[in-house]
Design a binder for this molecule. Structure first.
Ligand code: FES
Length: 102
């Protein structure tokens, strides 16, 4: 199992906003929905654009470079689900968000 790394404080993550973090130096994008947090690689599966500047609609993030759309719950590319963003396990404990990043 991948060890967990502290990435953020839950109460510093605004509801429904994209927040870039760098646990262990990795570019990761967080999305908080209520008490749930989703974590994906902050790099598009197409040509690597940073996704933090993308447009969010519910759980769907549109890449700012060429409009590919991904579901942040599972990282899947909506037009071809066999492609996806890397996702990371999230654990919330004592008000802190931990991620399973290598
Ligand atoms: S780099 Fe994201 S759609 Fe092209």
């Amino acid at each position: 199992m991948t060890p967990l790394t502290e990435a953020a404080e839950l109460d510093r993550l605004p509801e429904g906003k994209l927040v870039p973090v760098f646990p262990n130096g990795l570019p990761v994008l967080l999305l908080r929905r209520g008490e749930e947090v989703f974590a994906v690689e902050n790099r598009c599966a197409h040509m690597g654009c940073p996704l933090a500047a993308g447009e969010l609609d519910g759980y769907v993030l549109r890449c700012p470079c060429h409009d590919w759309r991904f579901d942040l719950r599972d990282g899947k590319f909506l037009d071809a689900p066999e492609l996806s963003l890397r996702t990371y396990a999230v654990k919330i404990k004592d008000g802190k968000v931990f991620l399973g990043v290598p």
